[in-house]
Each structure stands twice: as C-alpha cells, then as structure tokens.
Write a protein that binds this ligand. Structure first.
Ligand SMILES: NC(=O)c1ccc[n+]([C@@H]2O[C@H](COP(=O)([O-])OP(=O)(O)OC[C@H]3O[C@@H](n4cnc5c(N)ncnc54)[C@H](O)[C@@H]3O)[C@@H](O)[C@H]2O)c1
Length: 363
C-alpha cells in the first residue's frame, strides 16, 4: 500500500493533535515538519517519536525538498494564508486549521490559489464531525421547522482567555471572534446550508483581556485583540443571525442556540456552565428540544442524541486523508467557509466604524 506522505507546517500546540491522528493511520506517513522558530520542528518531531521525519525552519524549503502529497497547516492565524498558498502552489492538498484566515482579502487569495492548483483545501472545523451536531443539522434539514427566519447563537466562556499567540494581533489577527466565534458561526450556517451574508452590525470589546485583574499582568500588557463581540447579521433568504462570542464576561453563558421557524423551533442548550455555544468546540451540547404545536397547543419534544463513537479530531484528519487518497471533494469546502470569513470581516469592519456594513465580494 502506498502511504500518503504528509508534512506539518507550524509545529506548535495544535500540530501535536494532527500528528496524533495521523499516527493512528497505517496509510499515512508524517514525513516532515517546518516551523519558523529555529529548532522547534526538530524537537517537536522527536517528541512525537518521528525522529526519521525531516525538520525545517522554512515551509517553502520543506515543500521544495520533501515534496509531500499533503500538508496540515497549523500555524497561528496571521500566517494561514501564506503557508496554505505556498503548499497549494507546491501541488499539495491542504488541511488548514480554523479560522480560514484573518482577513477576507487573504481568504479570497487562498480561494484563488486553490482553484488554480486544482488541489484539495479543507478547513479544520472538527465539531462538524460530532454525532450530536450532525443530529442538529438533520433536524434542521428535515424541513420540520418550516421556513427558518431567526437564529440566535454564539455563547462563549465565562472566563477562558487563552495565552500564547492567541492574544496578540500580529499572530492571531482576531481574538475570541475568530478563535471560537468561527465555530459558532459554522454550526449555525452549516445547519442551514451556508446562505450568503448580506449585512453586519457589530460591536466588540477588550475589557477583560487588557485588565490585569482578569488576565495575568504580562498577558494584559500585550493583549491586542477582542475578548467579546456581538453582531446582528442579515443573511440571504430572509434569515437573521443574532450572534455573540466571549472569552470572558460577568455571565455564565449568553444562552442557548435557537433556530426559529414558521412551523417549529429548535433549542440547543449549552453542555454545561461556561461552555461555548450550545455545542462546545468539540461538538458537545446539552438538551436539544423541538418546540412545536400538537393538537393545537404549543408543546416541546426532546430530541434523542447519539453518543459519539469516534474522536472528532480523528474524523477531521481521516476525512481529509480519504479525500486525498480517493480524490474526493474537500470535506469542509472553502466555498462555504468564505462566508464564515466574510462575517468575521464584517464584524471587524462594523465594530471599528460604529455602523452597519454590507458584505460584498466577488470571486
Ligand atoms: N481545531 C482546534 O481545535 C484548534 C485548537 C487550537 C488551535 N487551533 C488553531 O491552530 C492554529 C495554531 O494554534 P496553536 O495553538 O498550535 O498555536 P501555536 O502558537 O502554539 O503554534 C503555531 C506555530 O506556527 C509557527 N509558525 C507561524 N508562522 C509560521 C510559518 N510561516 N512557517 C512555519 N511555522 C510558522 C509558530 O512558530 C508556532 O510554533 C491557530 O490557527 C488556531 O486557531 C485549532
């Protein structure tokens, strides 16, 4: 059996999760890693038991020298676009970590490179593979809700500001909005078939991240992204999305995710106090309930949820490898995620300008 030769770009925290999954697959070989921090790729590969894999301090040098079939791009957000474009231009299929990019312009450049290359580019939203999230989507797609006209989603953490590269604009580009907000957006938009966003009115804040009362003083001093955002988004098809995301706030949760339809409504409750968005980053959620009329009276029906049988992160990496080996379409295509990125871009523009903005772009 020919093995798929995979390389890793960016050997920080999340890269270890990718390698862990690839090591479970007997049709995959992790052949190399690259990180701009001198020596980091070597120690990473050694720590993963991959001492025969080659280490580089430049992604392009690695792509030239090793010519991998496929690449996991695990760099911080601000270098997602350049690394993924380089890999596509070197003829590699790419699994790119979320969020797709920092700016919409970068996302559009990436879409262009993807189309020119003819290669697979998929974005790493592992909650999509969760059996519970699939059930939520199944209910929505059944049509039982009638026309869906209003969605409330988001949620976030009571306290949970990360550290490292996540809190500096030069590395992360965007804070809570892009880190965990992209998941909330993906859950809601994927469930309803990713309609195009039309307008965004938004606010964002950094009251907790910059305050040494709530952040370690060293982190507070370098904090340069958002820790909370709220947005009102008009989507094609007469659907409104009311969205918020928090890394920290004086509240346990901003509530359940709700889908309101003309025939029924669906409530997805958070998995627990301080969890993300009524479906945490790993796809877990609390009760899922259908609200509808029965014999003329409003009533509610709990939706039985399946227990996940496999790790979502494994399923994300496995579906990428299956697509690479069998030349299948990207499991999580950029044709969808470009709208996720356009909303993030709209939220930033609207909160900076203080008024509603249109979401307009052509490819
Ligand atoms: N899917 C998930 O559950 C999940 C969880 C955590 C992080 N992430 C995403 O993964 C990405 C990385 O997060 P992390 O926690 O591993 O960050 P990190 O800072 O620990 O690691 C990023 C690494 O990329 C390297 N890097 C940056 N630019 C590079 C370049 N041009 N070439 C080579 N290496 C480069 C950095 O030196 C660093 O070692 C982020 O985009 C984040 O949003 C996803």
């Amino acid at each position: 059996m020919t093995k798929t030769r995979i390389a890793i770009i960016g050997t920080g925290g999340i890269a270890a999760f990718h390698v862990k999954q690839y090591l479970r697959m007997d049709d995959v070989e992790v052949v190399a890693g690259a990180d701009i921090v001198e020596g980091k790729a070597r120690s990473f590969l050694d720590a993963q038991g991959l001492s025969s894999a080659r280490a580089f301090s430049s992604a392009k040098e690695m792509l030239d020298a090793v010519k991998p079939d496929a690449v996991s791009v695990c760099t911080y957000n601000s270098t997602h676009a350049e690394c993924a474009i380089a890999a596509l231009e070197h003829g590699c299929d790419v699994l790119l970590e979320k969020p797709m990019t920092v700016t919409l312009a970068e996302a559009l450049a990436l879409r262009k490179a993807e189309k020119l290359s003819g290669k697979i580019l998929t974005i790493g939203f592992q909650p999509r593979y969760d059996a519970r999230m699939k059930k939520v989507k199944e209910v929505i797609r059944s049509g039982d809700l009638g026309k869906i006209y209003y969605i409330q989603t988001g949620g976030g953490r009571w306290r949970g500001i990360p550290g490292g590269t996540f809190i500096e604009k030069k590395y992360a580009g965007v804070g809570a909005l892009a880190d965990i907000g992209c998941y909330g957006l993906d859950m809601a938009l994927n469930a309803i078939g990713y309609p195009r966003p039309l307008t965004v009115s938004a606010v964002s804040f950094d009251y907790f991240g910059k305050n040494p009362k709530y952040s370690p003083p060293k982190d507070a001093a370098r904090f340069s992204v958002d820790d909370f955002c709220g947005a009102f988004i008009r989507l094609e098809g007469g659907i409104t999305l009311d969205f918020r995301m928090s890394w920290a706030m004086h509240m346990d949760t901003t509530g359940a995710t709700i889908f309101l339809g003309t025939d029924a409504g669906l409530k997805v409750e958070p998995a627990g106090l301080g969890e993300l968005w009524g479906g945490a980053w790993d796809g877990s959620c609390g009760n899922v309930t259908l609200f509808h009329d029965y014999l003329g009276s409003p009533t509610s029906t709990p939706i039985p949820l399946p227990e996940p049988k496999e790790d979502n992160f494994y399923l994300k990496c496995r579906s990428f490898v299956d697509a690479v080996r069998e030349r299948l379409p990207a499991p999580i295509p950029t044709s969808e995620i470009i709208y996720n990125q356009a909303i993030i871009d709209g939220i930033i523009r609207s909160s900076e300008s203080g008024h509603e903005v249109s979401v307009e772009f052509t490819e």
